[in-house]
Design a protein around this ligand. Structure first.
Ligand code: BTN
Length: 239
């Protein structure tokens, strides 16, 4: 389904895919060797040095937009878990983490940024996937990020890694929602853990009890209140 476009350098593969989508393109996978303005969630930047990672954006019109982050996280999870010597986990909503060995600590190997736009009354999604491949991190990232080369027996190119993710993505799009949610939940690191939820200046502390059919997280606060957290502008931290 996806047609591949390979680029050496681009500001952001998400922005490039959106430009193409606004001109009428659809079902494309953009893969770049370098991004000069890689974007992360919540307005953050995403470090995207040359040949240091996989920078991939998928542009398509999903049947159920709420399932896109779930499918994206599962696709990356499956590919990393296939090659990794260490346990892999999903951190809600769609970071992929790998366990550091021998320390009992998980670090981030992949981030996902889903964006959308409407053209001619049709809802389009851009699903951006960034995987750290080489261990070339800034001081700031060293403590929280890890990379494919440190955990995986993968000797292909970033492009081949991207194609493998796209193939799994296409397969998962055929699956029913309950099966996808159950599969995602089975790899979710946050379940039954205490977390701090940050939304702007607001902070909620509680325990993650479940994930609903929209991919939202259910949190039980210390006061006994049950709240539903949508991924939009929220970040969560382990406590
Ligand atoms: C995050 O961790 O906050 C999300 C990071 C998403 C990064 C990917 S790299 C490919 C695509 N293009 C971007 O500018 N961002 C996404």
């Amino acid at each position: 389904m996806f047609r591949y476009l390979y680029i050496d350098q681009v500001s952001s593969t998400n922005d490039y895919a959106k430009e193409l989508g606004l001109q009428g393109d659809n079902n494309i996978a953009v893969i770049a060797k370098e991004q000069t303005k890689g974007k992360g969630r919540l307005g953050r930047s995403f470090s995207s040095r040359q040949n240091n990672g996989l920078y991939l954006s998928l542009l398509f019109q999903p049947e159920d937009p709420l399932l896109v982050p779930v499918i994206a996280a599962l696709s990356v999870y499956q590919v990393i878990a296939k090659y990794s010597r260490d346990p892999v986990s999903i951190k809600w909503p769609n970071d992929i983490l790998v366990k550091m060995s021998p320390a009992d600590k998980y670090k981030k190997i992949c981030g996902i940024l889903c964006e959308s736009f409407v053209r001619e009354k049709r809802f389009h999604v851009i699903c951006g996937i960034g995987i750290n491949i080489a261990n070339d991190f800034s001081e700031e990232l060293k403590d929280i990020a890890t990379c494919l080369q440190d955990h995986c027996d993968f000797d292909g190119t970033a492009g081949e890694l991207g194609q493998e993710i796209c193939r799994i993505f296409e397969t998962l799009m055929q699956k029913e929602k309950p099966q996808l949610i159950a599969e995602y939940k089975s790899h979710l690191r946050n379940l039954n853990r205490k977390v701090r939820v940050l939304k702007g200046q607001d902070e909620i502390i509680g325990t993650c009890t479940d994930l609903n059919e929209k991919g939202e997280l259910l949190i039980q606060t210390a006061q006994g209140e049950q709240i539903t957290v949508h991924s939009g502008e929220v970040s969560i931290r382990d406590l």
